[in-house]
Design a protein around this ligand. Structure first.
Ligand code: ZN
Length: 392
């Protein structure tokens, strides 16, 4: 089945009729349907399906144990809440279409070619992004993973058991990693870099350093009607200072910063809050700039930010990126502020590259996420050229 056929089949799966957005969360019924779909597509191309210790699906053309390590293409099929159609599935569908194109051309790969569907990339249900790749590389501890809870209090272990998988298997997976000689993830661009350059496909250079900080802002609860302004200790004002400081500093440093999650106590319309907890997400091309943003927030809001996570810059294999950019007609080489399974594998030492497909508006993680049909096909063409190059 061609790109169009696969795309049409996936379109209705997990789509919310109200918003048009996707709700494809790990180890749910929808996820099960997507996994069955992937297995069927693999089988129809004569690929051998294996499932690793974390539940990631690998479809192999050729035997990666006998003739490997292989070249792996692919991405993920899950989504954020009310996500778009392209983030993830575009990489899986173009990978399957690439294998089909190569088979139809009578191409004989010099090493096995695999297509991967990584499980739980978005972390929408259990809160940890790239859980599937983090587990098999050992970055996410198996015990911790098993105990992660979703919004209904169900653990990952329980969810996997319900889905028919054994959570005791979770852990670093040497056998799977050994099979992956090179990984190439194609992804819809999550910005307007390509639209501005008037190009359809880019090669990834690096994932920006990024982190999350918790801001604990203490105040004093009191009556909203009877407390004079000068007598108030209102933590919401500190939050306002933190948000504007984050914006100003990010703009000055060429970074991005977001306060997207806030918890207010007691959260009443007519009560001055006693406490506000907010989370700052900051990313940028260099660690120094990101740190400077966090420092300015700390200073202007009078708060000591608690670092909850930090990931340094993740460069993709620079020689591989240069080789693919040349192969694809001097394709632009772009950095990204978004995390990907490709970043986890690159950090684990796997030679890794990313291809980005133009997103005309740059909007992502939203039902409005889009890529033109011609650009999707340009993605298949680019990935096919890459596979020929790396498996000849
Ligand atoms: Zn993605």
């Amino acid at each position: 089945m061609t790109f169009d056929g696969m795309w049409a089949e996936l379109l209705p799966v997990g789509r919310d009729p109200q918003t048009g957005g996707y709700r494809r969360f790990a180890w749910t019924r929808t996820d099960h349907d997507l996994r069955e779909w992937f297995a069927a597509e693999a089988s129809s191309r004569g690929l051998d399906l294996t499932v690793d210790r974390a539940g990631n699906q690998w479809a192999w053309w050729g035997d990666p144990d006998a003739q490997g390590p292989g070249l792996v293409l692919g991405s993920h099929l899950d989504s954020v809440p009310d996500g778009g159609a392209y983030d993830g599935p575009l990489g899986v569908v173009t990978a399957l279409a690439t294998v089909e194109a190569l088979q139809r051309q009578g191409f004989r790969p010099s090493r096995p070619i695999g297509v991967v569907n990584f499980v739980d990339e978005e972390g929408a249900r259990f809160g940890i992004a790239c859980a599937g790749s983090r587990i098999i590389t050992g970055v996410l501890d198996a015990d911790r993973a098993r105990g992660l809870r979703d919004g209904d209090g169900r653990t990952l272990a329980e969810a996997m058991t319900t889905a028919g998988r054994d959570p005791r298997a979770l852990g670093r997976d040497e056998e799977t990693l050994r099979r992956v000689g090179t990984f190439v993830e194609l992804h819809v661009e999550q910005g307007r870099g390509l639209a501005d350059l008037d190009r359809a496909v880019a090669v990834g250079s690096t994932i920006w350093p990024h982190g999350r900080w918790r801001l604990d802002l203490a105040g004093e609860a009191n009556h909203a009607g009877t407390t004079r302004l000068e007598d108030r200790h209102d933590p919401m004002l500190s939050l306002a200072a933190a948000i504007t400081a984050a914006r100003d500093a990010a703009s000055g440093q060429g970074c991005v910063a977001t306060v997207g999650k806030v918890r207010v106590e007691p959260n009443g319309v007519n009560a001055i809050p006693s406490h506000v907890t907010a989370w700052l997400d900051a990313r940028g091309p260099a660690e120094r700039g990101v740190r400077a943003v966090v420092e300015e927030v700390a200073e202007r809001a009078g708060v000591r930010p608690v670092e909850e996570s930090w990931t340094g810059p993740t460069p993709f294999d620079p020689a591989l990126a240069a080789r693919l950019a040349a192969l694809l007609g001097d394709a632009p080489v772009l950095a990204t502020g978004a995390g990907h399974d490709a970043g986890i594998l690159a950090s684990a030492g796997v030679p890794t590259a990313m291809l980005f497909v133009r997103n005309p508006t740059g909007v992502s993680h939203s039902p409005a996420e889009h890529a033109e049909h011609a650009d999707c096909l340009a993605g298949v063409e680019a990935l096919t050229a890459v596979a020929r190059e790396l498996a000849s």
